[in-house]
Design a binder for this molecule. Structure first.
Ligand SMILES: Nc1ncnc2c1ncn2[C@@H]1O[C@H](COP(=O)(O)OP(=O)(O)OP(=O)(O)O)[C@@H](O)[C@H]1O
Ligand SMILES: [Mg+2]
Length: 462
């Protein structure tokens, strides 16, 4: 059943249609003005919008144009009391799906129209399901983004995937390096072969060596049998060397040799064997800086980064924040089975202006938390973490050391700012403890309500 938005300044029409479509099993919401409809479209997801053409504050055609912008997949039905050729043409040109005349037959006409749209939607959902299945297999479309920077990344993935050249993916934590590596493999001719991931930072040196290259029985204590390494396991496919920047210099030399000769020699063996493996590496370090510091080998760097792909941090492509947030909302509301359907404009603008040091992963976690905490049907600022809700705030530093004395971090500390952060944190905590009742919070903090108001105003706390 569909989610409907009915827009008309005539309350009686809204009520009539609301009752009619509720009876048919649809979920129905009503807006009595163009402005109210805009607000709903901004925060909710509707399958079908039914709107009057003439309203005091906006025309249905204007609303239709707005709807095409924010929610292009919604169906839009326009109704008019005074049919004219001009409005009909305007409606069609703006992309209305149906144009219905308000007469004695209105309800039946709309009912038929909605039924048809509903059927189309059902087929589309099925087709969408199949397409998503396909995308899940192909991978690329798991990477959400429509900013110019991300489109350039998509183009790059599709271009370089069919070749076998080595690729180095760089980018801050949480920018999607692993997703991109996977997409490259999925779009390559090797997609049916293995894709093997190893986190080079997670193993001590000797273990990493035997993981990557394998070992023969007796190579070291505990090597009770011959074992194939990951390079061999990835033969014909792709190996993804994650966090390559954390590899020790000795391992770097060994890896360099493998890349140069396309041969691996298991630990303890004299025999080398040929391999055909595509190497994709990733790091969130600045490798050129590491090279300068003598921590990363320049020759290995050039071997690895035949094609470099740099993933932009989220704060440099803020236009991706709304669609990412909505996609994560959609995912978590389904998995948690919660009726949270949208994000309030205030909450969205907070999400858009936050800096996201943890990038997409942080946004993903934030949406998970928000869906879990939200008790209403749309995400409001109240469920966002403080550092997002209150711009300019940050996590409080650790205040006291083990001996209870004030702790001053090595890098020093901005006393004034720290005290302000503390003030703010106590005001918020007191409000939380008193369920938002300011007079009680003031009492708890042993201050007058007047000074309490002063602080709440200073820190923008409602
Ligand atoms: N563009 C995107 N669209 C959808 N999900 C994304 C996108 N970018 C990242 N993610 C999600 O964010 C999380 C982090 O992504 P990923 O593990 O690929 O990041 P990473 O760059 O490898 O981070 P790290 O350096 O910390 O390992 C994952 O859950 C991933 O699915
Ligand atoms: Mg990663």
């Amino acid at each position: 059943m569909a989610h409907l938005l009915i827009v008309d300044d005539e309350r009686s029409i809204c009520e009539l249609l609301e009752i009619t479509f509720r009876k048919e099993g649809h979920r129905v919401e009503v807006a009595l003005s163009g402005e109210a409809a805009r607000r709903k479209l901004q925060s909710g997801i509707y399958d079908i919008v039914i709107s009057d053409i003439h309203m005091p504050d906006s025309t249905g055609v204007e609303l239709l144009q707005y709807c095409k912008e924010v929610s292009p997949s919604s169906y839009f039905l326009l109704i008019t009391g005074v049919p004219t050729i001009e409005t009909a043409i305007a409606a069609i040109n703006a992309g209305a799906d149906r144009y219905v005349i308000k007469d004695h037959d209105l309800v039946d006409q709309l009912r038929r129209a909605v039924r048809q749209v509903d059927e189309t939607l059902r087929l589309k959902t099925e087709a969408g399901y199949l397409r998503r299945e396909l995308r899940r297999l192909t991978g690329l479309d798991n990477i959400i983004g429509h900013s110019a920077k991300m489109r350039a990344v998509f183009d790059m993935i599709v271009t370089v995937a069919p070749q076998t050249s080595r690729i180095l993916i760089t980018g801050e934590t949480g920018t999607g390096k692993e997703l991109v590596a996977r997409a490259i493999h999925d779009h390559s001719a090797r997609s049916k072969q293995a894709f093997i991931t190893i986190n080079c930072g997670a193993f001590p040196e000797t273990l990493l060596e035997s993981e990557l290259f394998g070992y023969v029985k007796g190579a070291f204590t505990g090597a009770n049998e011959n074992r194939e390494g990951l390079f061999k396991a990835a033969d014909g496919g792709t190996i993804f060397l994650d966090e390559i920047g954390n590899m020790t210099l000795t391992m770097q030399v060994k890896l360099f040799r493998v890349l140069q000769e396309n041969k691996v020699r298991p630990v303890g063996s004299n025999e080398e064997s040929e391999i055909d493996v595509r190497v994709i590496a990733a790091t969130n370090m600045d490798l050129e800086q590491a090279i300068e510091a003598g921590e990363f080998r320049e020759d290995l760097f050039y071997r690895l980064s035949v094609i470099p792909i740099q993933l932009p941090p989220l704060r440099e492509r803020r236009e991706d924040i709304p669609i990412l947030a909505r996609a994560f909302l959609e995912r978590f509301r389904k998995s948690m089975e919660k009726p949270v359907e949208g994000i309030s404009p205030e909450a969205m603008s907070l999400l858009e202006s936050y800096d996201w040091p943890g990038n997409v992963r942080e946004l993903e976690n934030t949406m998970e938390r928000s869906v879990a905490l939200e008790s209403g049907t749309i995400i409001t600022p109240a469920v966002l973490p403080e550092k997002i809700r209150i711009p300019g705030s940050r996590d409080l530093p650790e205040l006291t050391g083990t001996n209870g004395a004030p702790l001053i971090p090595e890098a020093g500390l901005d006393l004034e700012r720290t005290i302000q952060d503390l003030e703010k944190a106590y005001i918020m905590a007191a409000l939380d403890a008193c369920e938002g009742v300011g007079t009680r919070a003031a009492e708890l903090l042993k201050m007058t309500y007047r000074s309490f108001r002063h602080y709440s105003k200073k820190y923008n706390i409602r």
